[in-house]
Design a protein around this ligand. Structure first.
Ligand code: NAD
Ligand code: MG
Length: 378
């Protein structure tokens, strides 16, 4: 494991803060680990304080104007990456939403390795990411727990040996809620995730399972499998994060106590499993491991995720942009819970045939979908 210079994009978020915890642990055992860049949307105070104390070399970027930051404005994270990323750095991509796309792609182009939490980058621009990786010395490490788990299962496995890849899902707060009650669901109820502590967008997307749709698309790009070789199943305790069925009837699965420090440290250390990050599971205490199929009436987003994979082109970008707008509208009390799916599915119908090839085309489609969906929300 080569100690790294780390850039954290989305440093004030749930993943960003957990990353800085992990980095402090790494630095304790090897002081050559350092953070050289921190980017956030707002609340720059948080990172300035941390930077002064722990990371004096770090440049700071903030979307909100602040004289104490080195870069400000909507492109601040991109400018930070351009100033600080190189083949010597690993960029933790943990901005939420399509806003993470440009800085993440730029980091790959500059030859940095990327620890990718921002699944939206792959959902919106999977083909550009794969293209950029071909000419980069850097590696893309998935931080999404399911994808990190599957990447761990896939070590030493060839693509033609994979029968199918299974993503697990906790089912979120409404796994067992009577369907007739879903109409009245409030943001507060939807923000109360039973297993994971996450930012608001992904928490709501976990309740609707739009997040699993995004993750299926993410897996499609990461592991080069089509919809026929992908599955999602409900696993309420989130101990098994991913499974791979091989052609010969072998199933590999990865288990771990749910804590994002595990995949973050694994990604930062280029695949090491060398330190106690989570408690070791005791199989004697696992009385049962429950798996159930996804109820497609309750979670129509999962079917939409498969449809988007089949459509290809810009459909992932459309699904993501529409979901970002609808989640915000739901959180603001402007859109009922069940309408989040309806508006997103409608956007995929209306815009899903677009086939953007360049980054500019993708960003234009993203904006067009956001405007259209925002105008349709009453
Ligand atoms: P969060 O809302 O807690 O944090 C988002 C971060 O992005 C904040 O630091 C915010 O300031 C920053 N940000 C937002 N817009 C920005 C912009 N335009 N420029 C720069 N920074 C900006 O979200 P999170 O839960 O940490 O999730 C981050 C990403 O990681 C998402 O893509 C999510 O899907 C993914 N992810 C999260 C988890 C989790 O457990 N939280 C697990 C897997 C994947
Ligand atoms: Mg996940």
């Amino acid at each position: 494991m080569k100690p790294q210079k780390v850039i954290v994009l989305g440093a004030t978020g749930t993943i960003g803060r957990r990353t800085l915890d992990v980095l402090k642990q790494l630095q304790q055992s090897d002081p050559t680990w350092d953070c050289v860049g921190l980017a956030c949307g707002s609340r720059v105070d948080r990172i300035l304080e941390d930077a002064k104390k722990h990371w004096p070399a770090a440049k700071v970027a903030s979307v909100i104007d602040d004289d104490r930051a080195d870069f400000c404005g909507s492109d601040a994270a991109l400018h930070l990456v351009e100033a600080c990323a190189s083949t010597e750095t690993i960029v933790v991509s943990a901005i939420v939403g399509a806003a993470g796309l440009r800085p993440t792609l730029r980091a790959i182009e500059l030859g940095a390795s990327v620890a990718l939490a921002n699944k939206e980058t792959l959902v919106c621009a999977g083909h550009l990411v794969q293209q950029a990786l071909k000419s980069s010395p850097g590696t893309l490490w998935p931080v999404d727990s399911e994808h990190a788990a599957i990447a761990q299962c896939l070590r030493g496995i060839r693509s033609d040996q994979i029968k199918s890849i299974v993503l697990t899902a906790s089912g979120g707060p409404f796994r067992d809620t009577p369907l007739s009650d879903l109409r009245e669901v409030t943001p507060q109820q939807a923000l109360n995730h039973p297993v994971w502590d996450m930012g608001p967008r992904i928490t709501i997307a976990s309740a609707t399972m739009a997040n699993k749709a995004l993750e299926l698309i993410e897996a499609h790009h990461l592991f080069a499998v089509n919809d026929q070789r992908l599955e999602a199943i409900i696993h309420p305790t989130s101990l098994v994060h991913g499974m791979v069925h091989l052609c010969d009837g072998t199933t590999l699965l990865q288990m771990c106590t749910p804590d994002m420090a595990g995949p973050i440290r694994w990604a930062l250390t280029a695949g090491e499993h060398d330190a106690a990050v989570a408690p070791t599971l005791n199989p004697l205490e696992l009385t049962s491991l429950e798996f159930t199929p996804v109820d497609t009436e309750r979670f129509p987003f999962v079917g939409l995720g498969f449809e988007v994979i089949r459509k290809g082109g810009g459909a992932g970008c459309v699904l993501n942009a529409a979901d970002e707008v609808c989640v915000q509208a739901f959180l603001d009390g402007r859109l009922p819970y069940l309408d989040v799916y309806h508006f997103v599915a409608e956007a995929v119908d209306r815009f899903g045939h677009h086939d953007p090839s360049t980054l500019t085309d993708i960003l234009e489609l993203d904006i067009a979908v956001r405007e259209d969906v925002a105008n349709r929300i009453p």
